[in-house]
Design a protein around this ligand. Structure first.
Ligand code: XMP
Length: 321
């Protein structure tokens, strides 16, 4: 019988065995998985762990500040922040294919970690890379027996072939609810443990079409409004997550003020789920949908239409790409 504390003890001793007296880097995203993975490794090897937060420019508003503030305060972990916005934007220029985007993002993450490893060289060899990979990430990337590649999660199928690090993935056998319990057992605050999932490739896979700075700014504004209204309505715990998607290559005619507009639609994708392997679309109250729609079309230039995704998983996946 697996209990949370037995998972924790077992993983801590496995990590110690794997890393020995070596040093590790952990990519921290602000999400639950990497936060729990880092806290587990910190428990195992203490300050021989350094966390790296990559600002790839595909983040939602406020995310970088939240990690720098909340996570460091809760764990005392050593955190290095890398501004890689230009690097990711350049690498993604002209790319529209979802799998290609995912592979580019996965590769660029590793390139940033390699640079961090070189920068830390004076302190010793950082040979290990900690990732918060979960069981569903492995399955959906085609890593399980008899499973098809549905999409390459950035930290599994999106890894480059010439990876130099040895991976440490203490959550690889776990589902999200188990990870949350381990996080609680490790003493992480609710604000981290109960966060809704957000994918590593971030807004890059929520812009349908090429990723550009302007499109990122548009989507970030729309996403912030949707999140604010869902939180105000007290719905955060009821929904698993609500991707907000910009259909950047689609335009439709609207009328705003006294003029014609020709703008882009925003899709709201609220879902309920246990483990992200399957999901149902969440029946949000109409009043909440109305407020989100009115605010987004009023406040975000370029967006003149808000649509609701009412597809379960399967047949749809949670993210659009
Ligand atoms: P899908 O779209 O496959 O998403 O139904 C299932 C869950 O996984 C998240 N997701 C990712 N998380 N890296 C991540 O860390 C990724 O590449 C990735 N792709 C999807 C998604 O947000 C949902 O919670």
């Amino acid at each position: 019988q697996w209990t949370t504390s037995s998972i924790l003890d077992e993983q801590v001793s496995r990590i110690r065995e794997q890393i020995g007296d070596g040093k590790a880097i952990c990519g921290l995203s602000g999400g639950v998985d990497s936060a729990v993975a880092a806290a587990l490794v910190q428990r195992a090897i203490g300050d021989r762990l350094t966390c790296v937060f990559v600002d790839h420019g595909l983040l939602r508003s406020g995310e970088r500040a939240q990690v720098e503030r909340d996570y460091v305060a809760a764990t005392g972990i050593r955190l290095v922040t890398v501004d890689a916005r230009e690097r990711f934007l350049n690498a993604l220029a002209g790319v529209t294919d979802p799998e290609e985007k995912r592979k580019i993002i996965g590769r660029e993450f590793i390139r940033v970690f390699e640079q961090a490893e070189r920068d830390l060289k004076a302190e010793g060899d950082y040979k290990f890379l900690v990732q918060g990979t979960l069981y569903p990430d492995v399955v959906e990337s085609g890593g399980g027996a008899g499973t098809a590649n549905i999409k390459s999660h950035h930290n599994v199928g999106g890894l480059p072939d010439d990876l130099q690090f040895e991976l440490v993935e203490p959550l690889r056998a776990l589902f999200k609810d188990e990870v949350r319990r381990v996080g609680t057992e490790l003493g992480l605050p609710e604000t981290i443990v109960q966060r809704q999932p957000f994918p590593g490739p971030g807004l890059g896979i929520r812009i349908i079409g090429e990723v550009t700075q302007d499109r990122l700014d548009t989507l970030r504004q729309a996403d912030a409004i949707a999140r604010e209204e869902l939180t105000l309505a007290g719905l955060d715990r009821q929904i698993w997550q609500c991707p907000v998607v910009l259909l950047a290559d689609v335009r439709s005619v609207g009328v705003q003020g006294d003029g014609r507009t020709y703008g882009h639609p925003i899709v709201l994708r609220p879902v309920s789920s246990e483990d992200a392997m399957t999901a149902d679309w969440t029946r949000l109250p109409y009043e909440v949908l109305e407020r989100i729609s009115t605010r987004i079309t009023n406040e975000v230039a370029e967006v003149n239409r808000v649509v609701l995704d009412v597809t379960s998983k399967p047949p749809g996946t949670i993210e659009w790409e």
